[in-house]
Design a protein around this ligand. Structure first.
Ligand SMILES: C[S@@+](CC[C@H](N)C(=O)[O-])C[C@H]1O[C@@H](n2cnc3c(N)ncnc32)[C@H](O)[C@@H]1O
Length: 271
């Protein structure tokens, strides 16, 4: 019998991750071993594994699979959702569990941002989206969304779906507040996540205001985008990928300086 659903086994609510064949268990009982998964979350988090709700509560949630053949593994998307002062925080990761091994994943982790928060002036935001030629049907991702100004502008000005990712809980709060203030909750999603662990393939437009080396680090993820997808970066280039356009503007503001915007299209043209 094969069962790939989640099972709740005991009063401790041990969740079986992936039921494997009882035939296999019968044949190789001695060699087979369970895989274990420990997930750390805020105590009030709702946890799903591959979209299936789990029942456990508390900070540490432990799951065990049925005995699996040596080396057998499965990949899951674990996602925790919790509320902080009325704001919904989402933290998710992909994990691999393997027979005989214990995998730990911490969805509470507040890893330090790779770059400090500096907002893009609104005039530059407008130019970035214009340069990316955002139009109906596009999905805009801002990687490191700060106060959410790029995704909010994309939704308000172009009526497109947009997702903002940030690793800093304070920026997530700012973004959620901005989304609410501008009433674009139906179009904009804000995710607390490390951008380097995310699947970006749903995006057709990516906006960046990071650092040159972070742009380069993102290249393997960006190269998986659909052909024709556009990437715009405020101030920083991406060594190894030739921009199809570069524009410099000097917006009015407290500190007047030139801001450069780089535009690339998928597939990236190598330098
Ligand atoms: C220079 S700010 C840009 C903010 C916004 N995109 C804008 O242009 O106004 C960079 C943002 O990236 C976030 N960040 C840094 N490292 C990150 C990471 N690994 N994953 C997600 N966000 C990150 C920071 O918290 C910060 O809010």
């Amino acid at each position: 019998m094969r069962d790939t659903r989640f099972w709740y086994l005991s009063p401790l609510a041990i969740l079986v991750l992936a039921g494997l064949s009882s035939v296999v268990i019968g044949q190789q009982a001695a060699a087979n071993q369970p895989a274990y998964l420990e997930v750390y979350v805020p105590a009030n988090a709702r946890l799903t594994i591959d979209s299936a709700k789990t029942q456990q509560t508390g900070t540490l949630r432990r799951f065990e699979s049925p005995p699996l053949p040596p080396g057998q593994g499965f990949t899951y998307r674990v996602k925790a959702v919790w509320d902080v002062q009325g704001n919904e925080i989402v933290s998710e990761k992909t994990v691999r569990i393997v027979a005989g091994q214990e995998t730990k994943v911490d969805l509470r982790q507040d890893r330090q941002p790779d770059v400090v928060y500096v907002p893009t002036p609104q005039e530059v935001v407008d130019k970035m989206l214009e340069l990316a030629d955002v139009k109906k049907g596009d999905v805009v991702y801002d990687l490191g969304c700060g106060d959410g100004r790029i995704v909010v502008t994309a939704a308000k000005k172009y009526g497109v779906k947009a997702v903002g990712f940030d690793i800093d809980p304070d920026r997530i709060k700012d973004s959620l507040e901005n989304v609410r203030k501008n009433k674009v909750e139906d179009l904009v999603t804000i995710k607390k996540a490390d951008i380097f662990t995310q699947d970006l393939t749903e995006a057709s437009v990516i906006t960046l205001y990071l650092l040159p080396e972070l742009n380069v680090k993102l290249m393997p993820q960006l190269e998986k985008l659909k052909p024709g997808s556009r990437i715009v970066s405020h101030d920083f280039d991406m060594r190894g990928a030739k921009p199809i356009k570069t524009v410099t503007i000097k917006p009015k503001g407290e500190v007047e300086r030139d801001h450069t915007i780089y535009l690339w299209k998928i597939p990236l043209e190598k330098e």
